[in-house]
Design a protein around this ligand. Structure first.
Ligand code: G6Q
Length: 549
């Protein structure tokens, strides 16, 4: 990376930010009739409108200069070609290969990984077909009706989000359930509704060492055996998705029932691999293939569109603009789509685990603020809850709105109401309401001068609050694939600008280590003494409570 150019690019943006003072988006829209055309992009039916952002053409030019100085194109090429860009784990990062066309060949560490990708996809297709055709039978000879994915984090959030999002495409007669939490309530409440004869467990764990997943899988196996009373039933009701064959076999799952993936697939980037097996089982392989094709569309766009017309690049740079130059701490994801209810949770992991870092790739403290706090809820629910702060609070909260032009469930004019609300929110955030407008409104309502003066400050909206809108025809597997890949690449773009490794997650380790040491202390009759006073106090008070009748 060429330091002086990069420093100059940051410097130029800082100077530009200072000049911004006083500019209002209302004025920018008034002054430029072509602002929407200028600041929107399309990929097939997917439209990204980014015109309601605090940007001018100069801002975009300077942000693109930053991307070039950070050698974004080179970093992108390094990722797609299988270089070991995950430097702390010495791994390639190739989720893009999982959705590449079958005929591609891609050599990584002396091996054409596409051969492996195709082999596992074929294995998944054959298995899914057996289950759907009723040829895969449970211990009592009945076909499978319920799939329970047991996995956590990257081995849960992606498939859970996608299955919910694509419910209209689900195969009749198959249900999907997701158990992630080590809280025994999660498994217990899920199993209450199921019959062991017709339930298939997919134990999904890249490492196959994750405490929560192994505990839930062992409990699920005990539940099955309690009913089946024959160890051979496990082979009919358990399959595994993992990179760790030995641990899968040790757990008692037939290696023929194991679906492999590889260390070059990061957990939170793994829904495209065999980790997507519950998706394929729930929706059918043809829909899983469409999801992959959608992600590949976005990969191609990311690879080939000029930076200035590149959706992930633009979204990534806008995020940098707000985080590093406007001091934004958060980013709201607001899907106006009930099917996307889990998208914010999924993106929370994707973004916060990838870019929640404070050292650069070579271990020096970062000079700039990095990943935002991501949050969100489906619209219109969020409007009746936390939008108040976004409209009138003291913080700048950049928002992404997502919405389909057509609903899967037309019901009178309710989808039009949803659309109207979505468009109205971004308009309100952008325009705000001036004191003059509020005054006129209150006057028309017959309020006295005194009353108007008292209410005025509360009723004014500053506006000038930024948002993107992603609008697409209908939420189908292909569109969803494009959307997810869009966010994956956005996060990558930002990591390149910040020079951080988006593909490790050491920050989740410490708590896991400490939990391992606290577990025996909770079970012991001796009081805990080895921690700080708070942790000792909590453990010992809890033990006291548990001894009470
Ligand atoms: C994702 C993270 C993390 C991981 C879970 C589950 O990128 O690495 O969320 O997916 O900790 O790990 P296993 O799949 O190994 O059980």
């Amino acid at each position: 990376m060429k330091r002086p150019e990069l420093d100059a690019a940051w410097q130029a943006l800082r100077a530009h930010r200072k000049e911004w003072k006083g500019l209002h988006l209302r004025e920018l829209f008034r002054a430029d009739k072509r602002r929407f055309e200028r600041f929107s992009l399309r990929l097939n039916d997917l439209l990204l409108d980014y015109s309601k952002n605090l940007i001018t053409q100069d801002t975009v030019r300077l942000l693109l200069r930053l991307a070039k100085a950070a050698e974004l194109k080179e970093a992108r090429a390094a990722m797609f070609s299988g270089r070991h860009i995950n430097v702390t784990e010495d791994r390639a990062v190739l989720h893009t290969a999982l959705r590449a066309p079958a005929e591609l060949s891609l050599m990584v560490d002396g091996r054409n990984v596409m051969i492996d990708v195709r082999r596992v996809l074929k294995q998944m297709a054959a298995f899914v077909d057996k289950v759907h055709q009723g040829r895969w039978k449970g211990y009592s000879g009945q076909p499978i009706r319920d799939i329970v994915n047991i996995g956590i984090g990257g081995s849960d959030l992606g498939p859970a989000m996608v299955c919910q999002a694509l419910t209209p495409y689900a195969r009749p007669g198959i249900n999907a359930h997701f158990v992630s939490n080590v809280d025994p309530t999660h498994l217990t409440e899920t199993l209450k509704r199921l019959s062991p004869d017709t339930t298939l467990f997919v134990v999904a764990s890249k490492t196959f060492t994750t405490q929560e997943t192994l505990a839930n899988a062992a409990a699920a196996r005990a539940w099955l055996l309690q009913h089946a009373k024959d160890g051979r039933a496990v082979a009919r009701h358990f399959v595994a998705v993992s990179t760790n064959r030995e641990a899968v076999v040790n757990f008692g799952i037939d290696p023929d029932n194991m679906f492999e993936f590889w260390d070059w697939v990061g957990g939170r980037y793994s829904l495209w691999s065999a980790i997507g097996l519950p998706i394929a089982l729930y929706l059918g392989m043809e829909h899983f293939d469409e999801l992959l094709a959608g992600a590949h569309d976005m990969d191609q766009h990311f690879l080939s569109a000029p930076l200035a017309a590149n959706m992930p690049v633009i979204l990534g740079l806008l995020g940098i603009w707000y985080i590093d130059f406007w001091d934004a701490q958060t980013h709201a994801v607001l899907p106006y789509d009930q099917y996307l209810a889990r998208l914010p949770a999924y993106l929370q992991q994707l973004d916060m685990e990838s870019n929640g870092k404070s050292v650069t790739r070579d271990g020096r403290p970062v000079k700039h603020a990095t990943g935002p706090i991501v949050f969100g809820e489906p619209g219109t629910n969020g409007q009746h809850a936390f939008y108040q702060l976004i409209h009138q609070g003291t913080r700048l909260v950049p928002c992404d709105f997502l919405i389909a032009a057509e609903s899967h469930n037309p019901l009178d004019d309710q989808h039009e109401m949803l659309l109207a609300n979505c468009f109205a929110q971004s308009e309100a955030l952008m325009r705000g309401k001036t004191a003059a407008e509020v005054r006129a409104e209150l006057k028309a309502q017959g309020l006295t001068k005194k009353e108007i003066a008292r209410l005025l400050p509360h009723r004014v909206f500053p506006g000038n609050r930024p948002s993107n809108t992603l609008l697409y025809h209908r939420l189908n597997p292909r569109t969803l694939g494009r959307l997810i890949a869009l966010y994956e690449h956005k996060v990558f773009v930002q990591s390149v600008i910040w020079d951080i490794n988006a593909f490790d997650q050491w920050g989740v380790e410490l708590g896991k280590q400490l939990a391992r040491s606290i577990l025996p202390e909770l079970k012991s009759s001796e009081p805990a003494r080895g921690h700080d006073a708070s942790t000792n106090g909590l453990i010992n008070y809890c033990k006291g409570l548990r001894e009470e009748p």
